[in-house]
Design a protein around this ligand. Sequence first.
Ligand code: NAD
Length: 350
Amino acid sequence: MKKIIITGGAGFIGSHVVRRFVKNYPDYSIINLDKLTYAGNLANLKDIEHEPNYKFVKGDIVDIGFIEELFAAENPDAVIHLAAESHVDRSITNPLEFVMTNVVGTVNLLNAARQNWKGKYDETRFYHISTDEVYGTLGEDGMFTEETAYDPHSPYSASKASSDHFVRAYQDTYGMNTVISNCSNNYGSFHFPEKLIPLAINNIKQNKPVPVYGKGENIRDWLWVEDHARAIDVIFHTAKPGTTYNIGGHNEWKNIDLIKLLCSILDKKLGRAEGESAKLITFVTDRAGHDLRYAIDATKLKNELGWVPGITFEEGLEKTVDWYLANEEWLNDVTSGHYQQYYNDQYNGR
Ligand code: NAD
C-alpha cells in the first residue's frame, strides 16, 4: 500500500486531486493535510470523506514540530504538495503570510521528508505543484516553456518561484526524488469566489456589478481543474526524478472576452435578454504589477507523457456555470462572514 500526504487537499485544486486519488487508487492511503484557512473547506470533499483509504489531518505546514511528528507517525511514501496561499491580491496586502506558507512551509515539508526518507529516495517522491506565474509576463507573442527563465512580479509568484527553487535544490543537493509542475489558471467546481470566474458567476447571478481590472486586456490561459488533476496523476506516476512539466490548456482569453462569454451563458441560463448581464461589467483600478499575458507551452507533457486536455473551454465553462447554479448552499456558505469583509475592502463595496 502506498501512503501519500496531499497538502492543501481541502482547497480548490487539492480537493479535486484528493478525490481523484481516493477514487482511482483504492489500494493507496491518502492523507489530506490542510490548515483550513479561509480557502480550505471540507465541504469540498463530502462525497469521499467516509472512504476507507481517506484521512483528514488538520495542521499548519509552517509548524515544523507538527510536520516532523506527522512524518514520523505516518511514514508516508510520497508527498503531493498543493498547500499555499494562492491569491495574488491577498499577497499584495500581506506578503509575509505568503513567504511563511509558500516558502517556509515548503522547506519544512522538504526537511521532514528528507529526514524520514534518507536512503529511500528510489521508492519515495516529493511532487511540488506550482504556477506559470513564476515565469513573469509575456508580450503579444511567445509561450512559457520549461526553459523560460523565472521572472516573478507579485509577492505570490515570488513566493512560488522561491519554493520551486528550494525543491530543485533538495533534488540537486540531497538527491531527493522531486518533480515540479507549473500550471496555468484553473477553473471549475469548488473554486473560491474571490477568483475571476466564480466571482463573476456569483455576481452576475445576484445582479451585482462585475469588477474587471483595468480595461480587461490581460490574457490568461485557462485549464479545467479536473484536467489539471489528471495531469498531476500522470506526472506523479510517470515523470522521471528531477523533471519539470508545464501544464496548460492552449486556451488564451482576454479577461473582458471571458467575462462577456460568461454573461451570455448566464443570460441564457437565467432567462435574461441577451446583453442584460453584460451591463453589470464595471471596470476597476488595475491590480498593481498586473502581468499582461500568460501562455503555457505544454508540448513536453504531451510528447513525453501523453497528456492533453480532455474537454474544450466552452464545455468546461458550461459545466462550471451549471455547478455554481446548482450549488447555491456551498456558495452562500463560503461567501458569508470573512469573505464579505474582504470583498468590501478589495472592491470598495462595489
Ligand atoms: P486554494 O487557495 O484554493 O487552496 C489552498 C489550500 O491550502 C487551502 O485548503 C488552505 O487551507 C491550505 N493551506 C493554506 N495555508 C496552509 C498552511 N500553512 N498549512 C496547511 N494548509 C494550508 O489554492 P488552489 O487554487 O487550489 O491552488 C493549489 C496549489 O496549486 C497552490 O500551490 C497554487 O500555487 C497552485 N496553482 C494554482 C493555480 C490556480 O489557478 N488556482 C494554478 C497553478 C498552480
